[in-house]
Design a protein around this ligand. Structure first.
Ligand code: PLP
Length: 405
């Protein structure tokens, strides 16, 4: 019998997803040992007591009887038409069902698009801090992620000049995540226009991850990248995971806009890549028309809404802990606070690992989210207020223990 250890692909070197990395595994073992662990790492509303609307679950149940067969590779026509209509309502004037690809979440469609687009070592511009799926999927598709900075002092907005300076002959695409994960920043129209202008000037594909487009607080306005760049090929990503609170259903979409002739080859390549997974999950596609019709995201993020109330509660709790600074997130459901590392002398693994080991608090270390200044943590803003109070106590206790003053 051979004892050779299987080798695995070098394509995976540099590929990781810090949101579910070793810290999350350690948290699971701690739980199994009976320790109390509070998870603030994964952006799943259901896990924080915000279940989907009953109509959405019922649509899945009702659709199952008709869903045993494979469906079309791009997705079911009526679900694609519902997505197209949803985006026409957002100012994507020319979008039709044929421009919509359905997939098993944004994650799958992002990977498919990068596979369809990239030659080895082609560069993709990705915001830092990043949502690590984009960086990892770029590497796995053979490309090279190049991070462009978003600056904390400007409310975590990208600097278009720094973005421009990173464009090379190998650059193929710009990823924009707006509203942003992990910072919660909502990029104003002039910033979005500047990104569109760079893509136009340099012939780059725009990849707009706008899965949080209706998660907006305090009157923040979202400027969809595609509407700022109608003359430029753009793929807008969205889905049901967050807005309909069904991340387990695995249903997302990619919407192609810009001149049809310019994006025809991308559509063909995307057809080839998506055909390899045969079709998206069929019962989940049956949910799309209902889910978009009964969408309550705006209510839940408006005054008195649960997402907004809980975000405000977390921000107040963080503000009460000395040595923590947090830019107010204007969208999505994440906060990206900074610990004063000169005072507390803990960062990276020591900070996030220490919080888990000593206090049973699971957060994402900023260092797992691309090149980021020291001392940052990502946490979700949507747990119930009593959980947030518990989190704040654990955090405060930990910092007190590590206070150098
Ligand atoms: N894009 C962003 C910015 C996200 O935060 C997430 C999930 O947290 C995703 C994409 C993945 O979405 P999906 O569940 O549709 O794969």
């Amino acid at each position: 019998m051979s004892r050779a250890v299987l080798s695995t692909s070098s394509k995976l070197s540099g590929v990781s997803y810090s949101l579910r990395g070793p810290l999350a595994a350690r948290a699971e073992s701690m739980r199994a040992e009976g320790r109390s662990v509070v998870s603030m790492n994964v952006g799943d509303p259901v896990a924080h007591g915000l279940p989907p609307r009953p109509e959405v679950v019922r649509a899945m149940r009702d659709g199952i009887d008709r869903s045993a067969a494979y469906g079309p590779a791009r997705g079911l026509p009526d679900a694609r038409e519902a997505v197209a209509g949803h985006y026409r309502g957002k100012g994507f004037d020319t979008v039709e069902a044929e421009d919509v690809y359905l997939g098993n979440g944004v994650s799958e469609l992002a990977a498919s698009t990068l596979h369809a687009l990239l030659e080895p070592q082609d560069e993709v511009l990705i915001p830092a801090p990043d949502y690590p799926m984009w960086t990892a999927s770029t590497v796995l598709a053979g490309g090279r992620p190049v991070h462009y900075p978003c600056d904390e002092t400007s409310g975590w907005l990208p600097d278009p000049v720094a973005l421009r300076d990173r464009i090379t002959a190998r650059t193929r695409a710009i990823v924009a995540i707006n509203p942003n994960n992990p910072t919660g920043s909502v990029w104003p129209r002039p910033v979005v226009d500047a990104i569109a202008a760079l893509a136009r000037r340099h012939g780059l594909l725009l990849l707009a991850d706008e899965i949080y487009d209706d998660f907006l607080y305090d009157g923040a306005l979202h400027s969809p990248l595609a509407t700022c760049a109608p003359d430029t090929p753009c793929v807008t990503f969205g889905g049901l995971s967050k807005r309909s609170r069904v991340p387990g259903f695995r249903m997302g979409w990619a919407v192609l806009t810009g001149p049809r002739a310019a994006r025809a080859t991308l559509a063909t390549a995307l057809d080839t890549v998506t055909s390899l997974r045969l079709c998206p999950n069929v019962p989940a596609q049956r949910v799309v028309p209902t889910a978009l019709r009964v969408d309550d995201t705006k209510d839940l993020t408006g005054p008195g809404g649960a997402f907004r109330h809980r975000r405000d509660h977390l921000l107040r709790a963080l503000a009460g802990i000395p040595g923590i600074h947090c830019v107010k997130p204007g969208g999505a459901f994440y906060a990206f606070p900074r610990i004063d590392v000169r005072r507390y002398r803990v960062d990276g693994d020591a900070l996030a690992g220490g919080l888990l080991r000593e206090e049973g608090l699971l957060v994402v270390p900023g260092a797992g989210l691309g090149p980021v200044p020291p001392g940052h943590l990502r946490m979700v803003t949507m747990p119930p207020c009593d959980v947030i109070d518990d989190v704040a106590e654990r955090l405060a206790r930990f910092l007190e223990r590590h206070d150098s003053r």
